[in-house]
Structure formats: C-alpha cells, structure tokens
Design a protein around this ligand. Structure first.
Ligand code: PL3
Ligand code: FE2
Ligand code: FE2
Length: 239
C-alpha cells in the first residue's frame, strides 16, 4: 500500500521486491518447492536413462542429458543448504506420483512418444517456466545456479521437439492422447504449488503464461497447426 510520505515503503513493497529469505514462512515454503525441484531433476535423470532404452541409437546423447539433470539436482540441493532449509522429499515424491506413474506405464508399453511428451515437453516446459519466474525473485546464490540450469533445460526441450518433429506423422495420434492424459496433471501440479510459490513472490498466472509459451512453441516446431494446438489446450481445460 502506497502512502504519500513513505517513498521507501513503496520501493520495498513494489513489484520487484525481493522476499525476506530468512523468515520461517519463506523457509517453510522453500522446503517444499526446493524438494519438488530436486525430485523433478532426479526423476528427469532417470527418465532420460529410460528413454535411452527406447531410443538405443541416441543412448549416449540421452545419457549426457541425464548427467546434466544430476548436476541440476546437486545445484538445487546446495540452494536449500545455503538457506538452511531441509527439503521435504516425501512431499515431492507424492507431488510427482501421478506423472511418474504415467511415464512408467508408457515405458513398460514401449511408448516412446508418450515418454518424450511427458519428460522432454511437459516437464521441461514446466521447469523452464518455474526457473524463469524464480530467477528475478531468488537469492543471489540460487540465482546463479538457476541461470545455468535453465539454459540446459532448453537443450532438453529441444531434444524432444526434434525427435517428434522427425517422426511427426507417425507420432501425432499418440501425442494427442498423451497430451490429453498428462496436460491436466501439469495443471493440477501448478495449482498445488501456487500458494508456496506465492510466498517466494512467484505468481501463478506468470507460471502458467510462461509454461504455455514454452509448450506451444514446442508444439509449433513439431508441426502442429493452430487448430490442433487449441484442441490440445482444450483437453487440459476440460480435464
Ligand atoms: C527437468 O530438467 C527439471 C524438472 C523439474 C520440475 C520443476 C517444477 C517446478 C515447479 C515449482 C516452481 C518453483 C520453482 C522454484 C525454483 C527453485
Ligand atoms: Fe534439469
Ligand atoms: Fe531437463
């Protein structure tokens, strides 16, 4: 709230105000967000290793992506340690449970297209949006790490995009199905994380907007028309 004779208060409470990283409220929210990010990076590692079994000709490249994910997990672990926060890993495991289950089922059925959509498109676009929105409101230690990570995540998104583009016609039907089954899960994950993200000064609307930009750009590159992309977005709203 702005008052006429308190300009310094305006600056503190303005849009770009950094949160107080030392409060219990911040640390409590960070214990879950940090865990989600660490668990997400570890599962991303496992998923790229698994994808290497489905795409043996890219096994080495996928192992390289997996190694980056392990480095990300270590980086975010040090962000929590730096703030004196203990990551709530059981919470994060539950958070990823449904998406993890869908990936495992697709893996067992040899559905490479579904696995790529879940990991390389949805999870990477989710990570890119989260890291983009986090960087301007993060502490200096975490900012440096997150800036390095987000560059890698574009490489990962790009990997999935290029594979699906090269196999577009044969992948199309499965992509529609996998989108319909999994985009609603991302939506509900965003809902679940929104109140903790707000404590970190991250707005839900910004997260959704940034996610949709990254995801739609990928679908665009893969070869979907505007109408098809709208149909895919509608699947999440109806779900
Ligand atoms: C794959 O490379 C990474 C998978 C991680 C998914 C993370 C989703 C994060 C949602 C929580 C938003 C807060 C972000 C804060 C960053 C420390
Ligand atoms: Fe990552
Ligand atoms: Fe990644």
């Amino acid at each position: 709230m702005t008052t006429l004779n308190a300009p310094e208060a305006t600056a503190v409470e303005g849009m770009d105000a950094l949160p107080d990283f030392t409060t219990d409220a911040y640390k409590d929210a960070y214990s879950r967000i940090n865990a989600i990010v660490i668990e997400g990076e570890i599962e991303a590692h496992d998923n790229y290793i698994s994808l290497g079994t489905l795409i043996p000709e890219h096994k080495d490249e996928l192992a390289k992506l997996a190694r980056m994910e392990m480095k990300h997990a270590k980086g975010f672990t040090s962000c929590g340690r730096n703030l004196g926060v203990q990551a709530d890993m059981p919470f994060a495991k539950d958070f990823f449970g449904p998406l993890h289950g869908n990936f495992q089922t697709a893996l067992q059925e040899g559905k490479v297209v579904t696995c790529l959509l879940i990991q390389a498109l949805l999870i990477e676009a989710f990570a890119i949006s989260a890291y983009h929105i986090y960087i301007p409101v993060s502490d200096p230690f975490a900012r440096k790490i997150t800036e390095g990570v987000v560059k890698d995540e574009y490489l990962h998104l790009n990997y999935g995009q290029e594979w699906l583009k090269a196999n577009f016609e044969s992948s199309k039907e499965e992509l529609f199905q996998a989108n319909k089954a999994n985009l609603p899960l991302i939506r509900s994950m965003l809902e679940q994380v929104a109140s903790d993200a707000a404590v970190l000064h991250m707005e839900k609307e910004d997260l959704i907007e940034d996610f949709l930009i990254a995801y739609q750009e990928a679908l665009d590159e893969i070869g979907f028309t505007s109408r098809e992309k709208a149909r895919m977005a509608a699947a999440a709203l109806a779900g």
